[in-house]
Design a protein around this ligand. Structure first.
Ligand SMILES: [Zn+2]
Length: 65
């Protein structure tokens, strides 16, 4: 199944979907790409991808496969 960013239409990676679920809303069915999400969170895509690594390696979060 393919998902696109609900704002800019970019194809989403599974990590971007997982991050959105983790940070915004677990039950979300529409998502933002890492760039749009970074804008909303006053963060940067670089910091968010570090966060993805953190969730995956340190927390072994089940959303990140
Ligand atoms: Zn986007």
């Amino acid at each position: 199944m393919e998902h696109k960013c609900m704002r800019c239409g970019k194809n989403l990676k599974s990590d971007e979907i997982a991050l959105y679920r983790k940070l915004i809303w677990r039950e979300a069915t529409e998502y933002l790409c890492i760039e749009c999400l970074a804008g909303d969170l006053s963060s940067t895509p670089e910091r968010l991808s570090q966060l993805i690594d953190y969730f995956r390696t340190k927390q072994k979060c089940c959303l990140f496969v």
